[in-house]
Design a binder for this molecule. Structure first.
Ligand code: PMP
Length: 422
């Protein structure tokens, strides 16, 4: 596997400097281009992040030199592919401080991680009348799988409300926990609001009643250290493409004792130990949950992404992005007619805003003409929009490769929106 080029980004202590960021930007070839005649300002990182050269190289290297199926061949290429695929798994284990790499299950992304738990764990352990608790700021992928299960077996979804700022009402959460609660499944960082939820307290309160907790870490894992043991979680899932890795690959981590109790999610090759027409014996974890030929190049690319993030340092990434987000929030607050949606004290690099004078899509189009990429719409979190009684927001979401100059460009772009729409 291609590793990162040592520690390419300066000292490993303190927040990233402007020089560090300038060097980092050179690792991302896609950033260096004009869009509509203007330098690209990529502020759609919550939707997907750009890929650094070591990730692209790791994927190319696999296809150029090592392409073969994993786990099945005795020949050299298959051994190399298997080694790199498993090195990726170990890198991910280290990154989230999981106790054992057999608990790292490769999936397509967060959506599949959530569906796997709903389908496998839910079908085995839930019965009519049971309850699953989520927050009011979930992505649709942490709502719909439970709803489908609800229709099938009659479970009830309970939703923790939040304040206008976007902070969970923890007293309400506590009062929802009861003997019917089978699982708490919550988002770590909201993609629509940026709120970083107090997951350790959420876990503690659930565990006090023997209830397991699943964490949707899609938006937190690219931006802060995530340690599943410190957090105390029982399941955690995330997507490679939001953490500088490829699309089509992600991870479900689960406690081994829970995963061992769960039935397979999909079936076929790889997930079996032996098959006869009378009986099939399943493979051990993680293979039990990895039916079929996996996204081998994706897993290798994700391993490279993890190494890239480790080389920079998650603490430094978090500190830099916090400062950038605070700067952006201050600049946006100065503009009359712009309402920031999501102002929780503890929040990540998401600047979601609403303007009465212009529809979010029109704002996005004007910004695109200025070379600025933002997301507009409901961000797959329609209940969050309903909570604020707005149809959509414009969301600028940050990465460690963004700069204050790019925030200034966004502000100038919004000035342009005001010129057009008043
Ligand atoms: N949860 C959250 C909080 C997200 O932001 C997203 C992606 N927007 C998802 C889940 C789903 O991720 P994916 O589409 O990669 O499966």
């Amino acid at each position: 596997m291609t590793a990162t080029n040592g520690d390419p980004h300066g000292s490993s202590y303190g927040a990233l400097t402007a020089d560090d960021v300038a060097r980092i930007r050179m690792d991302f070839p896609v950033l260096d281009q004009l869009i509509n005649g203007k330098p690209l300002v990529y502020l759609d990182n919550a939707a997907t992040t750009q890929k650094p050269r070591p990730v692209i190289d790791a994927i190319s290297n696999y296809y150029l030199h090592n392409n073969a199926n994993v786990h099945r061949g005795v020949h050299t290429l298959s051994q190399r592919a298997t080694d790199d695929y498993e090195v990726g798994r170990e890198a991910i284990r280290r990154f989230i401080n999981a106790p054992d790499s057999s608990e790292i299950i490769y999936v397509r992304g967060t959506t599949e991680g959530l569906n796997l738990v709903a389908s496998s764990y839910g079908r085995k352990f839930f019965k009519a009348g049971d309850e699953v608790i989520i927050t009011g700021m979930e992505h649709h992928s942490n709502i719909v799988p439970w709803q489908i299960l609800g229709k099938e077996i009659g479970i009830r979804l309970r939703v923790i409300p939040f304040t206008d700022q976007g902070e969970l009402l923890m007293d309400e959460y506590e009062s929802m926990l009861n003997e019917r609660t089978r699982l708490v499944s919550v988002v770590h960082q909201s993609n629509a609001l940026g709120t970083i939820n107090p997951v350790s307290s959420i876990v503690e309160m659930a565990h006090a009643r023997g209830i397991p907790v699943m964490i949707d870490a899609a938006q937190s894992i690219p931006h802060m250290p995530v340690d599943v043991q410190a957090m105390g979680a029982d399941f955690l899932t995330f997507s490679g493409h939001k953490m500088y890795g490829p699309t089509g690959i992600g991870v479900l981590w689960g406690r081994a004792d829970l995963l061992n109790e769960m039935p397979p999610y999909q079936s076929g090759g790889e997930m079996i130990r032996s098959v006869t027409y009378e009986e099939t014996i399943y493979n051990v974890i993680p293979h039990k949950f990895e039916a079929g030929t996996p996204d081998i190049a994706g897993a290798i690319g994700l391993g490279a992404a993890v190494e890239y993030l480790e080389a920079i340092g998650m603490d430094r990434i978090a500190a830099y992005e916090q400062a950038l987000m605070r700067y952006g929030a201050e600049r946006l607050a100065e503009i009359e007619g712009v309402r920031l949606i999501g102002t929780a004290e503890n929040r990540g690099g998401v600047l979601s805003f609403y303007m009465e004078s212009a529809h979010a899509h029109d704002i996005g189009t004007i910004l695109d003409a200025e070379g600025i990429a933002v997301r507009t719409g409901h961000h797959c979190a329609q209940p969050v929009m309903a909570r604020y009684e707005i149809p959509a927001t414009v969301r600028a979401s940050l990465s460690f490769y963004n700069t204050t100059e790019e925030i200034d460009a966004l502000i100038k772009g919004i000035d342009r929106v005001i010129e057009v729409f008043g």
